[in-house]
Design a protein around this ligand. Sequence first.
Ligand code: 3HC
Length: 315
Amino acid sequence: MVDRAARDFARVGVIGLGTMGAGIVEVVARTGLDVVAVEVDHAGTARGREALEHSTARAVERGKLTPDEAAAVHARVRYATSLDAVAGCGLVVEAVPEHLELKKDIFAALDRLVGPETVLATNTSSLSVTEIAVATANPRRVVGLHFFNPAPVLSFVEVIRTVVTDEGVVSDVVELARQLGKQPVVVGDKAGFIANALLFGYLNHAVSMYETRYASREDVDAAMRLGCGLPMGPLALMDLIGLDTAYEILDTMYRQGRDRLHAPSPLIKQMVSAGLRGRKTGRGFYTYAEPGSSAVVPDALTPSASVWGAGRCGR
Ligand code: 3HC
């Protein structure tokens, strides 16, 4: 076998600083690599910077990072509002909303901007990596690199290989994922890959139980948290993922597989239209102290203390 020098991933571009993108920036910067973090406007980069500040401040409070280490993490991240800024990166990870045409446009533009050795990765949850790849002149350098929310905490990533992805690209990205502290698995390009294909039918079913008033949100979540030992219930998890993202994933999976398990429960779309998108907007299935907060506060649907007892919470 011919020895091949691994690619240089010392500088990584991240496109889109929403929940996932901001988490990916943190993972990469905390590993000691430089990051170019791109959003469409200054409000977007400010949100990305705030997310990183919030997360590193919490890590400092909990003694996981020293103030100097936190400062070094911030110093490694350069924010930009133009795709051109990633021109010198060895890897670019795209994490924009789940719209195929938007992702294809971004990949076509990136393909013209970056050098021939640069790897282009999409963090798509359910769209076809192959369709995104063929928007470029060189689909061999395109992979999926799918992180899980919260990206700084969850140690699993899926590396998605299309039928044309170069094997060297796959192995270099797997190596990088390990360097980032993740456990990578390589999978083919099938809607939802492994984890979301298993997870989203379950989440959708939970919404449907709640929507048809079979069970309260607290009881649905308690069943899976306390009865099955999961870290959080499905409706709380929908709020963490974001209902808009969950809707897009279900809709894509349903259109691809026609499995009615993935036909989005009507309530999800209604809540998205009403702006109840989960933690990020401060309200989803539960109500949060403020947008972006994980602290649930009582609302009109919270069971009364007389029935539930003080401190009882099913999430
Ligand atoms: N960002 C960064 N760090 C976070 C975080 C966030 N959003 N939320 C929690 N953390 C950190 C905390 O700082 C803490 O770190 P420490 O142990 O170093 O002090 C650690 O995570 C544990 O947090 P907490 O003690 O506050 O809370 P929990 O122990 O309840 O854990 C949780 C919170 C990690 C969110 C846990 O409940 C969990 O793992 N839930 C399931 C999440 C899940 O299933 N995600 C997958 C969603 S599907 C997906 O992402 C695919 C995509 O395509 C949609």
